[in-house]
Design a protein around this ligand. Structure first.
Ligand SMILES: *Cc1c(COP(=O)(O)O)cnc(C)c1O
Length: 416
């Protein structure tokens, strides 16, 4: 494994004596990130240490925040960084770590998940094209395709996504993009990704997946032939409910276009400070995902065995839709699961109101447990549109003691 590059002491002394600074071009640094690409380093180690220390000057173990809008070439003789809408060392540094986690040539950070998603979609379509997407993708993405892109003559077809033949049947002569999420939101149905990708490829479509739920720790869709992976980094990647950010990852060719055209032109770049916070979140991503998974499994098992509960939706429960087929590529599950209590929407609303440890609202992926049900935390019409049962309760299991979460659910389920 190559050693971390060290700047010779004599050069440091000389530059200090002449009152000059050393600028380190992290994009060319042959440090641990690059070494990890060629070895089989585990994701946990990439998370913890993938962010190499670029500060060979002071030895700071945490990379500095380059809170700059611009960079001068006077003393560098040409650094790759010129202006932070285009690129920035702190952002670059975080992107390299994420690229490694997604097995991508390159990753790019954005100011939000929606900035990442809209830019990724725009990079693969033009006026007059046709997009096929699965029904229960993230609401903001659906709205972008249905309400916004339609203004430019871009049409769309919604499919369920479980049957690759349905995708084949939806292809039109002007189709150029297939966009989906797996697991689907709320019911967490696991779609047959390799089959969908092969239909999509044969039809000449680009494929984009929103991989926010599984995170790069448990699913790497680029390995299955998907062209671009998008994430809302506001969820698990950030993990502390303190930042809004987005990510796109893919091949050098697709990413080059996306960064140079969509990100630079539309200006959806991430702020260096947000990028630094994101890098901090990622250091604990693997250990957090492990705990979210363990705790969610404990909650799912408790709910499955409870007499007041009907269906439980969690990809690791036996009999979950698509579970057997997806074992090859879904290596684990995150902390988001859903269930239906016995009874109607009045019962599910009462349960969510009676929970004490779960906050109520639509987001997830943070340290705190969340809950939501149609009519309480989300609209009833939205739920009906994406086909989720009126009594469905979605939980995001946070990092609290799972025994205490189970006890809270138990009291809420038992009050009548
Ligand atoms: C939250 C979310 C988004 C949108 O991301 P923002 O960071 O809020 O813009 C996209 N997809 C999924 C699956 C999400 O949960």
């Amino acid at each position: 494994m190559p050693a971390i590059m060290r700047i010779p002491e004599s050069i440091i002394k000389l530059t200090r004596a002449r009152n000059r600074i050393i600028i380190i071009d992290t994009s060319k640094l042959e440090g641990n990130i690059l070494a990890m690409k060629s070895s089989n380093t585990s994701k946990q180690t990439i998370c913890a240490r993938g962010a190499i220390n670029p500060d060979t000057l002071h030895g700071a173990v945490v990379p500095p925040i380059y809170q700059n809008s611009l960079f001068s070439i006077r003393n560098t003789g040409g650094s790759p960084f010129v202006y932070s809408r285009v690129s920035n060392p702190t952002v670059d540094f975080v992107e390299k770590g994420i690229a490694k986690l997604e097995n991508a040539d390159r990753a790019a950070c954005f100011s939000s998940g929606m900035a990442a998603i809209s830019s990724a979609i725009l990079s693969r379509v033009k006026g007059g094209d046709h997009i096929i997407f699965t029904r229960n993708i993230y609401g903001g993405t659906r709205s972008f395709i249905v309400n916004y892109l339609s203004r430019f003559g871009i049409t769309h077809t919604l499919i369920d996504g479980r049957d690759p033949d349905e995708l084949q049947a939806a292809v039109q002569p002007n189709s150029t993009l297939f966009y989906f999420e797996s697991p689907t939101s709320f019911l967490l149905t696991l779609l047959p990704i390799p089959e969908l990708v092969s239909v999509s490829r044969r039809a000449g479509l680009s494929t984009i997946i929103d991989n926010t739920w599984a995170s790069p720790i448990y699913q790497n869709p680029l390995d299955l032939g998907v062209d671009l992976v998008v994430h809302s980094a506001s969820k698990y990647l950030g993990g502390h409910s303190d930042l809004i950010a987005g990510v796109v990852a893919g091949s050098d060719a697709l990413m080059e276009k996306l960064v140079n055209e969509e990100r630079t032109t539309l200006g959806g770049c991430i702020d260096p400070h947000q990028a630094w916070l994101l890098g901090r979140g990622i250091r604990t991503l693997a250990v957090r995902m492990k705990q979210h998974r363990e705790s969610a499994m404990q909650v799912a098992q408790f709910l499955s065995g409870h007499e007041a509960v009907g269906m439980v939706y969690y990809p690791e429960l036996p009999g979950h839709e698509g579970r057997v087929e997806s074992k090859a590529w879904l290596k684990g599950s995150s902390g988001v699961l859903s269930f239906q209590p016995k009874g109607g929407n009045d019962v599910s609303q009462r349960i969510v109101r009676d929970l004490r440890m779960f906050e109520v609202g639509p987001s997830w992926g943070g340290f705190e447990s969340m809950s939501i049900t149609p009519g309480f935390g989300m609209g009833i019409a939205d739920a009906a549109f994406i086909g989720i049962p009126e009594n469905l309760i979605r939980l995001s299991i946070g990092l609290e003691d799972p025994e205490e979460l189970v006890a809270d659910l138990e009291q809420a389920l038992e009050q009548r």
